[in-house]
Structures are given as C-alpha cells and as structure tokens.
Write a protein that binds this ligand. Structure first.
Ligand code: ATR
Length: 264
C-alpha cells in the first residue's frame, strides 16, 4: 500500500484528500491520501517519521511551505526561485522538494483559454501565491509582468526577485494579455475586487486563484465585458498532478469528473 498526505495547520478545509482520493479510486490504486494536522513544532519530527511508515511523499500547505524548503535534501530550481515548496517526495532516504503551484497555474490557464503570451501580464497581489504565478509567467516567456499590490513595498520586493517584472501602483491594462487575481478579494466573506476592466484589450484573459465561489465578482465582470475567463479551481487540480504521479506512478487526468468530486 502506498501512502501520501497533506501537512498543514489548519488542515480540515483542505480539498487535497478529496482530489487525490478521486484519482486513487479511479486508477484502482492500493493507496491512501490523508490530511495531517501538524503544528510548526512537530513538522520536522513528522517528516522524519513518514517515510518509515510507508509514505511516498506529501503536500505541504500553510504555514509550512517555507520551513519544508529548509529541511529538503534536494530542491528544484523553481522551488528555490519561489522560496517555498508544496510537494515533497521521499526517495532513497532523501526528501526531494518541488513547488508545482506555477505549473498548475499555467496548465490550468492553457487548458482553459487561448491567452496571448506575447503581451504583458498584470498580477494583483504579492503574497506566497503570487510568487509561484509570477515565476511561471516569467518562465513562460511573457514580455513583462506587472505586480500591483495594496502594500506597494511587497510588490517591489517580489518584482526584484524575478526578471522582466515591475511593481506598479495602479494596474496598467491597456496593452495587457492577462489579468490574474492572487489576493483573497472576491472570496466568500471577503469584499469584491474593485477594478475597471473597460481598458483591457478584447483578446485579454482574466483569471482568479479564488475558487469559492467559482465565478468571483472579477470573473463575472470580465465575462460580462466579453472576455475569456479561467476560474481558480483548475490551478488547485493541476498543481496536484506531479505529486500524484511521483508517489503513485500514474499520471492522472484533470477532467470534469475530478472537478465534481472536489467540489462535492
Ligand atoms: P497567499 O500566500 O495566499 O498569497 P498572503 O501571503 O497573505 O497569502 O498574501 C495575500 C495577498 O492578498 C497580499 O498581496 C495582500 O496584500 P498586502 O500585501 O497588502 O497584505 C492581498 N490582500 C489581502 N487582503 C486584501 C485586501 N482587503 N485588499 C487588498 N489586498 C488584499
């Protein structure tokens, strides 16, 4: 039996057990994926114990994404650039660490829309989620990534980490090909994001990492403006693919069945 887990604090809200559980059943794998509530103090001890208990790896979520980077024996270039990890694989007595958030974001975007890669991208927010997305956009060859954040200093710090990135006070949308919300604005219980989309070119694509609700006020405004949109659930689903493949040996599909299973 192959085991995998997601480690976080809190952990009860995580949709990852449902997601991986769906794939385990679909592929008739003798395995299980379990949520583990792990405090900061226990993280190292738990990571030490898991391989011996039959765990092939785990996902890492808030608040351990940076701490797990520090304990890994091997870290992918992208995880190092981002400064955080979300996927650990236990192999040959070593911990291999990766960050698949950016890949998940790009896969979701590519699957959901024909977005113009030759135009500037505008990223709203400068937190942990923005780092993975900015790295993915720069790696995808976008000519410029404009970071707009409530706290301008954080946008500047993020822009300095990556090539072809600038921090802006106000979103310049007139020539943009992509608008991405990485803040929690628009999430259930949060205020909506207030941005005038009138100046976005008709070919621009709007996407959100928020997926509760699936259609955020930003995505609704974009749709009403006639723009293509991609919701935030796809990123969650696609970021899980590399870990599942590494642990269970099958590359799983992201499809409508999976979306239904995760939304439950
Ligand atoms: P995550 O890891 O999910 O990105 P985070 O690091 O806490 O979480 O970042 C949250 C992002 O949402 C930040 O860019 C934050 O802006 P600040 O850097 O100014 O805090 C942004 N954010 C959260 N609530 C916001 C609000 N009410 N208005 C504008 N931006 C907000």
């Amino acid at each position: 039996m192959i085991l995998a887990a997601v480690l976080g604090d809190p952990i009860s809200h995580s949709r990852s057990p449902r997601l991986h559980g769906h794939w385990i059943r679909r592929h008739r794998i003798d395995g299980a994926y379990v949520p583990l509530h792990v405090s900061n103090d226990d993280l190292l001890r738990v990571l030490d114990l898991l391989p011996g208990l039959g765990f092939a790896g785990c996902n890492i979520t808030i608040p351990h994404k940076e701490a797990a980077l520090a304990v890994a024996d091997q870290v992918t270039d992208r995880a190092r650039r981002i400064g955080a990890v979300n996927t650990l694989t236990f192999k040959d007595q070593m911990i291999l660490a990766d960050n698949t958030d950016g890949e998940g974001f790009l896969s979701s975007l590519d699957a959901g829309a024909d977005w113009p890669k030759d135009r500037p991208a505008v990223v709203l927010g400068a937190g942990g989620a923005a780092r993975g997305i900015v790295d993915a956009l720069v790696s995808a060859g976008v000519p410029e990534v404009r970071i707009v954040n409530r706290t301008h200093g954080r946008a500047e710090v993020l822009a300095e980490r990556f090539d072809r990135c600038v921090a802006q006070d106000e979103a310049e949308l007139g020539d943009a090909g992509l608008l991405v919300n990485t803040t929690s604005l628009g999430m259930e219980g949060q205020p909506p994001l207030d941005l005038d989309l009138a100046y976005l070119p008709d070919a621009a694509v709007v996407t959100d990492i928020v997926y509760t609700p699936l259609e955020t006020p930003l995505l609704r405004a974009a749709r009403e403006r006639g723009l293509a949109t991609v919701d935030g659930l796809g990123m969650l689903l696609h970021q899980a693919v590399p870990g599942f493949e590494a642990w269970f040996g099958v590359r799983p599909q992201v499809d409508a069945d999976l979306r239904r299973a995760v939304l439950g």
